[in-house]
Design a protein around this ligand. Structure first.
Ligand code: ZN
Length: 204
């Protein structure tokens, strides 16, 4: 199982980090050891002083595929979830300055909390305008709508599968909207998709 993450998929977030809006999707990967399930607490790593939350809609692949055409991409998933792409922003900044890969800022253990999934058939099969949000300590921190994605899910699947075979159980984190920010010990993060609570865990 692999975790594929899309960067800069919402124009407002690209702007807040002063990144150009990309003309093709930008993706990177996290290993399976990044997964954090069942609302377990996230322990702040000691190598960063600036770990940021990035709430993201997550797609789980349910068929093997390579070179998937965009028009057939919807056949490769049937449920949608919500997770966080934890990012050590201080380290990522250094990597960017040096032109280095982002792994140590993005792929560390437990950097990919994942909540429950909702069946698309129960949501009218509409993945193009779902609303999601992240509350930090019971206050709104990030809010997004999938309609604002620069690259919608089917485009992402078509693009990624040109380079990487998608397998059953692979996860795609589809990028974060504006409002990313640091977490500290004692914070509670609760994610909602279409008003339903998807995850709820603590920072330790
Ligand atoms: Zn992200």
């Amino acid at each position: 199982m692999k975790i594929i993450c899309i960067g800069r998929n919402y124009a407002d977030h690209a702007k807040e980090l002063e990144n150009a809006v990309p003309s093709e999707p930008v993706f990177f990967m996290k290993p399976d050891s990044a997964l954090l399930l069942n609302n377990q607490p996230f322990y702040l790593p000691d190598f960063s002083n600036d770990v940021h939350h990035e709430v993201e809609v997550v797609v789980r692949i349910n068929r093997l595929g390579k070179h998937i055409e965009e028009k057939f991409a919807h056949r490769y998933y049937n449920e949608i979830g919500l997770g966080i792409d934890f990012t050590a922003r201080d380290i990522q900044k250094k990597c960017k300055e040096k032109g280095l890969p982002w792994e140590i800022a993005k792929a560390f253990d437990s950097s990919a909390p994942l909540g429950k999934f909702l069946k698309l058939e129960k949501m009218g099969n509409n993945v193009n305008s779902l609303q999601f949000r992240l509350d930090k300590n019971h206050e709104l921190a990030q809010e997004g709508n999938m309609a604002d994605m620069i690259f919608p899910i089917d485009k992402i699947i078509a693009y990624v599968s040109k380079f990487v075979t998608l397998k059953i159980g692979d996860l795609i984190y589809t990028g974060t909207p504006a409002g990313v920010g640091p977490v500290k010990i004692g914070d509670t993060l609760i994610g909602y998709l279409e008003g339903q609570e998807m995850f709820n865990f603590e920072i330790k």
